[in-house]
Design a protein around this ligand. Structure first.
Ligand SMILES: Nc1ncnc2c1ncn2[C@@H]1O[C@H](COP(=O)(O)OP(=O)(O)OP(=O)(O)O)[C@@H](O)[C@H]1O
Ligand SMILES: [Mg+2]
Length: 550
């Protein structure tokens, strides 16, 4: 076969029970398509051909990102065919065969898309009736799922006469994904698709078929009556919420499944949100994530400020004490050196006095960088030696109004604030008599430098401690707010009457206990809620528009 109507057949992609699928080219509008053509053995039965096309025509109205679009249906030379979007990727059955079980996050993400597609089609009155892995195409990157064959592959249940033939068809194909109502030949609605999707999800999670009976009779019995092996047997770490979704989808009674594709979609999305990064919710006031670190930092800052102030104050006093002690001993040394000379000179007339050795001593002492000024005056109050030689011969002028720090034995230590130093004044005594005084001014600079370096170090340490506290606060707040947010969302949904989900978790702490308590409450309340919210069929039957799947 090279041409089918206006389509040029390029290659065969695959084959199912009733049809073959080809990659083809629409010569009229120059586009690549997939052509699904009824197999030769079914072409003799015009009823099968009509049904094949009729179902596809209904599905042709669907336009959705996760549904392969139908472009055209027709019959040429007795061959009924459907032209549709050629979807790149691999059918899910091949993907599962190659990879085995899928990661839960991937199952959830693909599940959301499939539930979305079903919800969309159901809302337009179209039931798929053949949801199964070979009808789900997964894109090469594994991120997108597209549903194929809406209402196409299975011959409808409207005509009971077709049932036997349908079952033969199913035997050739794969009836493992039938719902109990399909298996029993009962009328089906959108909830049949949800059951089939449940089997698909079960297989994605466990890597095993939910119902594995070899013959049609065994399979029908299993689907109608048996419970599949619990999910946790093959997937022990499966999130509770996902397990619950699959179990709910696989309920034998349609009314015990999700009421609609939308509800299923919501439940899957919640699970997906729980496993991936969560969106920041609206909130009143400051978030705990901000408040907790702020409170911690503020408290730490106060405690640090008090301790740093105490430490610096003690240190300042200790340094000052050291300066006073060392300054006093320097002054005492100078005084004792000047004493003999001053006593000698005191006994001589002024023109015979010799102060040169004292000046030499003062010059040497003044070389010390700590010494700002050194003045030695005689008993008459005349300056006889000084680091600043211009003062020699002038009357000694004592500094006025300096804050006293210490005094003993006629010696004083004052705070020479104007000269940024400490002043030590000590009388020169020899043999019990007074021969003048020594006035030494020491710089505070070294003292201040030591104090500054200690202060900077303390500030740097404080900043580091506060940064660590901030980080700890932020991390612990994040750890707390995440589970609280999940619980709050669950409660919000419950408040809106949706209890068709469970919170998945592996926690052994207080939050785990709260989640379990919520799950127990949901399980206890859900049956009562279901009775109230499930609309009675007689109420919806009067609607003219196709029943919305809800
Ligand atoms: N539009 C399409 N684009 C790409 N591949 C497709 C398309 N339609 C069908 N296929 C692939 O062609 C193969 C045959 O599809 P077909 O629907 O005939 O059979 P099936 O779904 O495998 O089984 P059954 O006949 O039992 O429903 C499948 O592997 C399917 O993934
Ligand atoms: Mg198919």
């Amino acid at each position: 076969m090279t041409m089918l109507g206006r389509y040029r057949i390029d290659a065969r992609i695959g084959e199912g029970a009733m049809a073959e699928v080809f990659r083809a080219h629409d010569t009229q509008i120059d586009r690549v398509v997939a052509i699904k053509a009824l197999k030769a053995e079914y072409r003799r039965d015009p009823e099968i051909g009509r049904r094949f096309l009729r179902e596809a025509t209904a599905a042709g109205t669907l336009s959705h990102a996760n549904i392969a679009t139908i472009y055209d249906v027709g019959e040429t030379d007795g061959v009924a065919y459907i032209a549709m979007e050629l979807v790149a990727g691999k059918p899910l059955d091949e993907v599962l065969k190659a990879q085995g079980r899928m990661p839960y996050e991937r199952v959830l993400a693909l599940g959301v898309q499939m539930a979305n597609a079903l919800a969309y089609a159901h809302a337009r009155g179209i039931v798929h009736r053949d949801v199964k892995p070979s009808n789900i195409l997964i894109s090469e990157d594994g991120l997108t799922a597209k549903l194929l064959d809406f209402g196409v592959a299975r011959i409808g249940d409207a005509d009971p006469g077709q049932l036997v033939r349908t079952q033969i068809g199913q035997m050739i194909g794969t009836p493992r994904y039938m719902s109990p109502e399909q298996a029993l030949g009962l009328p089906v609605d959108h909830r049949s698709d949800l059951f089939s999707l449940g089997i698909v999800l079960y297989e994605m999670v466990t890597g095993k078929a939910a119902f594995s009976g070899a013959g049609l009779a065994t399979l029908v019995l299993q689907i109608a009556q048996a419970q599949p092996e619990p999910v946790e047997r093959s997937a022990a770490d499966c999130p509770k919420g996902l397990r619950f979704i699959i179990e709910k989808l696989l309920a034998k009674k349609p009314e015990q499944r999700f009421a609609s594709g939308e509800q299923l979609c919501l439940a899957l999305r919640r699970e997906l949100d729980a496993t991936t990064a969560e969106k920041p919710p609206r909130r009143r006031g400051l978030a705990l994530r901000v408040k907790l670190p702020l409170v911690l930092v503020a408290t730490t800052a106060l405690a640090l400020a008090a301790s740093v102030a105490t430490v610096l104050d003690r240190q300042d006093r200790a340094l000052e004490h050291m300066a006073v002690v060392s300054g006093s001993s320097i002054t005492a040394f100078i005084t004792s050196n000047a004493a003999v000379l001053a006593a000698d000179n005191a006994g001589l007339p002024p023109d015979q006095q010799d102060w040169a050795p004292l000046q030499a001593f003062v010059d040497t002492a003044a070389q010390d960088t700590g010494v700002r000024r050194l003045v030695v005056a005689d008993a008459t109050g005349v300056v006889r030696a000084a680091s600043d030689r211009s003062l020699i011969g002038l009357p000694y002028a004592p500094a006025a109004a300096e804050a006293p720090i210490a005094s003993a034995d006629g010696s004083t230590v004052t705070d020479a604030a104007g000269d940024a130093g400490f002043r030590f004044v000590r009388p020169i005594r020899y043999a019990g008599a007074n021969f003048g005084k020594v006035d030494l001014l020491l710089r505070r600079a070294t003292l201040d430098a030591a104090a500054d370096s200690a202060r900077n170090l303390l500030f740097a340490l404080s900043a580091f401690v506060m940064a660590v506290v901030l980080l700890i606060g932020w991390l612990s707040a994040s750890l707390i707010t995440r589970p609280i947010r999940r619980l709050r969302r669950a409660l919000e949904d419950a408040a809106e009457g949706n209890l068709s989900f469970r919170i998945s978790h592996n926690r052994n702490d207080e939050f785990g206990g709260a989640f379990d308590a919520f799950n127990r409450a949901a399980a206890a309340l859900e049956p009562q809620l279901g009775v109230i919210t499930e609309p009675a069929p007689s109420q919806t039957a009067t609607l003219i528009a196709p029943r919305r799947a809800a």
